[in-house]
Write a protein that binds this ligand. Structure first.
Ligand code: AMP
Length: 470
């Protein structure tokens, strides 16, 4: 039985010190919609109390009515877009979570996944805690409410000392906003400024939309506190080797974002170039699986000299196929999302490029589609190595059994997807394309080498709280 639902594939956004905080948060969430499409919410603060609006569905649907923003007054706001696995698709699990406790009100938005959630929950329940949601994020709220330390910063740090896993967090109280990135820095989080207001977002594309200036990324293990007096930065956790998620580059982040110090589009294009160096194929055209395969296919075409064509046209009003919670919808989704340009493809040798194969469903349907459109040969190239291991740190990959490459060879997968040839980027090629200056990315989905063992039972000893950085 799955008791805890990881807060996977989420996006968070917050702004402090702006009269239109909730409105700007809405725009920020709009830019982060690709990180989660199931539900969303905003909590604002007017200095005296918190106000919330949340709902199931897309940002534009949940916040489609201007009247809603009258219910979200104040100069501080945090927001969240969420995708989670089946079973937890209920309104009570929509974030931000908002609670009242002995010190006032607090709201929290979380992107990531806590790997020791069940253990902590069992302990808390044994001490009498009552949980209202099935989200691992609620554990953090319980831990900080029961912390014996005094200031909010200390309570947050104290609570997080117990937590293992991936988390980018945004807290909103009546008077402050606090942003945290876990010590491994699995998920991206950046800091910006809009006039005198501070902005925090999962990806820089959200800053661009509201015309905020990108200041820097929030560091792994950093806690940033923003009040009306400005911003302070703290590093209360024991330093560990950073492990930013390489799959953010491969698939998850938006190409116009800068994460982990690099622009995602340029990295993806380089993945395609590297693919061309590794796989020379005689073909008439390179076509991407839109949108995720576009930059890699462009890189491949540039490097190989084979013309790039948009051989598959995407219906832009359909969401990311994989992000539909039900298998039946996902199967149907590929067809409603993509259609081949028959006149272009007919009689041609085609290379189709996508970023990854998870279950193999998408590639199989696409190869069939391209072949039915008259292609004489269909070669598939994937701009990452085989995804053989599940992610426990916030990317929604299925369990091992469902990951086709965990139990099948490349040739077996080629036969399953009915391609003439299939090639995956090598792990070395991936490293080279992403850049070797930061060699400590988390690549557990490709290698099975997990930076935090799952589940880690005992918290490691930590440094003293609040050694102030600046
Ligand atoms: P599948 O049909 O299960 O093989 O899914 C492969 C497709 O899903 C590819 O086109 C990827 O772009 C996309 N994809 C890969 N990983 C994820 C993920 N974690 N969340 C959503 N979509 C994904």
């Amino acid at each position: 039985m799955k008791l805890y639902c990881p807060e996977e594939e989420c996006g968070i956004f917050g702004i402090f010190g702006h009269p239109e905080a909730a409105n700007l948060t809405y725009l920020g969430l709009y830019a982060l919609q690709h990180r989660g499409q199931e539900s969303c919410g905003i909590v604002s603060s007017d200095g005296a109390s918190l106000h919330a609006h949340k709902g199931m569905g897309l940002v534009a649907d949940v916040f489609g009515n201007q009247e809603i923003f009258k219910q979200l007054p104040g100069e501080g706001a945090i927001g969240h877009v969420r995708y989670s696995t089946t079973g937890s698709s209920v309104i009570k699990n929509v974030q931000p979570i908002m609670v009242d406790y002995s010190r006032g009100s607090i709201a929290v938005a979380h992107n990531g996944n806590i790997v020791n959630a069940q253990i902590i929950k069992d302990e808390l329940e044994a001490w009498g805690s009552i949980f209202q949601t099935t989200m691992d994020t609620e554990i953090i709220v319980h831990l900080l409410a029961t912390s014996k330390t005094s200031s909010l910063l200390e309570r947050i740090a104290d609570a997080l000392q117990r937590i293992r896993g991936a988390y980018c967090l945004l807290f909103q109280t009546e008077t402050r906003m606090i942003a945290v990135r876990d010590p491994h820095g699995y998920r991206p989080l950046c800091l910006g400024k809009l006039g005198n207001a501070y902005v925090v977002a999962s990806e820089s594309c959200a800053l661009d939309l509201i015309e905020a200036e990108f200041i820097r990324e929030i560091e792994p293990g950093e806690i940033v506190e923003i009040t009306k007096n400005g911003m302070t930065s703290h590093f209360p956790f024991k330093k560990v080797a950073p492990a930013p998620c390489i799959f953010e580059f491969v698939y998850f982040a938006r190409p116009d974002s800068t994460i982990f110090g690099k622009n995602v589009y340029l990295v993806r294009k380089e993945l395609g170039r590297q693919l061309a160096r590794e796989f020379r194929i005689e073909a008439d055209m390179v076509i991407p699986v839109p949108d995720s395969g576009v930059p890699a296919a462009m890189g491949y075409a540039e490097e190989s000299g084979i013309p790039f064509e948009l051989g598959l046209i995407r219906n832009h009003y359909v969401g990311r196929t994989f992000i539909e919670p039900q298998q039946a919808i996902r199967h149907f989704g590929v067809k409603i999302k993509l259609n081949p340009v028959r006149e272009l493809i007919k009689g041609k040798r085609v290379i189709v490029i996508d970023d990854s194969i998870v279950r193999g469903t998408t590639s199989r349907k696409i190869v069939k589609m391209v072949r039915n459109a008259g292609a004489s040969e269909v070669h598939v190239l994937i701009s990452s190595p085989p995804t053989s291991y599940p992610c426990y740190y916030g990317i929604d990959t299925p369990n091992r059994k469902e990951l086709i490459s965990s139990s099948h060879t490349v040739d077996e997968i080629r036969r399953y997807i009915t391609a003439d040839s299939l090639g995956y980027l090598t792990p070395e090629g991936l490293t080279q394309a992403v850049g070797t200056e930061n060699t400590s990315y988390c690549r557990a989905c490709f290698t099975g080498d997990y930076p935090i063992k799952f589940p880690q039972l005992r918290p490691e000893p930590q440094l003293g709280l609040f050694e102030k950085e600046s």
